[in-house]
Design a protein around this ligand. Structure first.
Ligand code: ATP
Ligand code: MG
Length: 569
């Protein structure tokens, strides 16, 4: 597997082969206004691969002063649902794009598409075929052998017209007949071996209800929908390259109002995850995750719930660019882009995930001080906040060791550390329970070090975060790791589901966070100092705060790059 770590950071004006084509068309006057479209099938939630396509299509429209349509490719009612239509619109908007009044549905064109299919039948370029699915497969041939004509291929036009109309009116069972284009069963391109244009599907459609018993195939609906909308550049992923001759054949043989052209780019693949709605749907339906928006899912709604900002996803899309060769992108690169944004924007907060009690013996009982704490050292305009400090505090359990090894500089018996933006404290005594577990540290503080500096220039080797015992709010914190334990899930014939990471989610109870975090809402991603980025989860309820770990602070991709590694398996 080739993993691409060589891309350079975003440069907004940077070109790619599609932008070159678009600007060439504009310069040569072949195109007046650039019109692109994003054409999801509403059969699942959008994922990060779709985000790449959205950023490309809407991005090009923006950069070249054109427009981008959102068009639902809703031609298969068996798998499509209103829930998906709604989520797709919400996700595209959240990513920061706007289709204005250009919201379309392939189903709006069903009547027009049907009448064009009738035109093809009249012109002797399409026929109704009665072969069964198995027989059709048998006649299709292979990559090395030509196909064979169906015995129904030369049906008279009138018979075809009659049968096609009866297919429409619902007279025949699912699969009994199809309408096929009459092109060339010997074509080296299998897509041109009399492709199916209409199939019989007795199913209610989310928008057209029971009006239709036949539905156009993707191949028949797609290019014609582009032509109806005046799309100039129909940009899709590489797997449709072999469909382009059919796309062009249909555009040439139908009285369509415009002549769009199709261009293909490499789809996004990411390590440690899977970008396929079919697989993601199974993960949801079979209960491997909490839903389409589970923070481990590569869906846009999952990334949002996890705390990824839209800007980070857009930066990632710009960073990886658009190419014509398939590759796999390190998920670390996405995380790197997101950290870059969060480092600038996420307010810093105090939270203790595994609390250990600290009592400051020489601090007056009942006294509370409001310490001034900087919100974001990267952004002075973020200002500062007041955090209550008192005699009883909580620190992170692993910030203390009774018998510290040489390189452990944090708290230990007799040792002094700084509590961030508060005071220097020294550990005087370790309190244990009957089993010998450490349950409390008795410390003293130096009143001269208020704010975190000592007048005598003393500099402790460690600075710890903390929360006040009297003020901290309990929280549930969910730690997330990759959904799959391998970079290439399901590769080499392995069962995809056997590659799921059994520890992709760890739920911590009894964490303690700053009171300022109680009202936080989805999208308010913060940095828990020294721990990582965290985002409030919608499962939060009054009295029960839930946070998701968006990312740790450690940037593995930056490290990989520094080591000059460009290939991993
Ligand atoms: P999946 O393979 O996940 O089921 P799909 O291609 O069936 O996706 P569509 O709803 O048809 O999903 O996709 C809408 C648009 O998004 C298409 O133009 C498609 O080419 C593009 N797209 C889908 N997956 C990716 C990806 N991984 N990278 C880039 N673009 C993608
Ligand atoms: Mg598709």
């Amino acid at each position: 597997m080739r993993i691409d770590t060589a891309s350079s950071p975003a440069a907004p004006e940077r070109g790619d082969f599609i932008r070159d084509i678009v600007s060439g068309d504009l310069r040569a006057g072949r195109v007046g206004t650039v019109v692109t479209r994003f054409p999801p099938e509403p059969n699942g939630y959008l994922h990060i691969g779709h985000a790449k396509s959205i950023c490309l299509n809407f991005g090009i429209a923006q950069e070249f002063g054109g427009r981008c349509h959102l068009r639902f490719d809703d031609t298969n009612p068996v798998k499509e649902e209103q829930e998906y239509i709604d989520s797709i619109q919400a996700d595209v908007r959240w990513l920061g794009f706007d289709w204005g009044r250009h919201l379309y549905y392939a189903s709006d064109y069903f009547e027009q598409l049907y009448s064009w299919a009738v035109d093809l039948v009249r012109a002797g370029r399409a026929y109704v075929d009665d072969l069964s699915a198995d027989e059709t497969r048998e006649h299709r041939g292979t990559l090395t052998e030509p196909g064979r004509n169906s015995p129904f291929r030369d049906r008279p036009v009138d018979e075809n017209l009659d049968l096609f109309e009866r297919m429409r009116s619902g007279e025949f069972a699912n699969g009994a007949r199809v309408l096929r284009a009459k092109i060339d069963m010997a074509s080296p391109n299998i897509n041109l071996r009399d492709p199916v244009l209409y199939r019989i599907v007795h199913a209610a459609h989310p928008r057209t209800g029971d009006a239709w018993s036949i539905y156009p195939t993707y191949d028949f609906a797609h290019g014609q929908s582009d032509a109806i909308e005046g799309v100039t550049h129909s940009i899709c992923t590489l797997e449709f390259e072999d469909h382009r001759p059919l796309y062009d054949w249909l555009i040439e043989n139908l009285p369509v109002p415009s002549r769009p052209r199709q261009y293909e780019f490499a789809r996004l693949n990411l390590t440690y995850t899977v970008l396929s709605k079919r697989v993601l749907l199974r993960l949801v339906n079979e209960g491997f995750v909490r839903g389409w928006d589970d923070p481990r899912m590569p869906t846009i709604s999952g990334l949002r719930r996890r705390g990824f900002p839209a800007e980070g996803i857009r930066e990632f899309a710009a960073m990886i660019g658009v190419a014509k060769a398939d590759s796999v992108v390190e998920v670390g690169q996405l995380e790197h882009a997101v950290r870059n944004v969060l480092n600038q924007t996420a307010p810093r907060r105090f939270a203790v995930l595994d609390p250990l009690r600290v009592v400051i013996e020489n601090y007056p009982e009942g006294q509370v001080e409001e310490m001034d704490v900087v919100n974001n050292p990267e952004d002075p305009s973020a200002g500062s906040r007041r955090v209550a400090f008192g005699r009883e505090l909580w620190i992170e359990r692993d910030d203390f060791m009774e018998e510290p090894p040489a390189k452990f500089f944090r708290l230990a018996p007799g040792r002094e550390v700084r509590l961030r933006s508060a005071y220097f404290v020294t550990c005087r005594e370790v309190v244990k329970d009957a089993s010998g577990a450490v349950v409390e540290l008795r410390c003293t503080y130096d009143p001269a070090t208020r704010g975190g500096d000592s007048p005598d220039g003393r500099r402790p080797k460690a600075t710890l975060h903390w929360v006040s015992g009297a003020h901290a709010v309990p929280a549930e914190v969910r730690l997330y790791d990759h959904l799959f334990s391998r970079p290439d899930p399901g590769a080499a014939g392995r069962d995809l589901f056997a590659d799921l990471n059994p520890t992709s989610e760890t739920v911590l109870q009894g964490c303690l966070v700053e009171p300022a975090l109680t009202g936080a809402r989805t999208g308010d991603t913060v940095q828990f100092e020294r721990l990582g980025y965290f985002a409030p989860d919608p499962d939060s309820a009054p009295g029960h705060v839930v946070f998701n770990r968006t990312l740790t602070l450690k940037d593995t991709w930056a490290k990989l790059q520094a080591q000059g590694r460009h290939d991993t398996t």
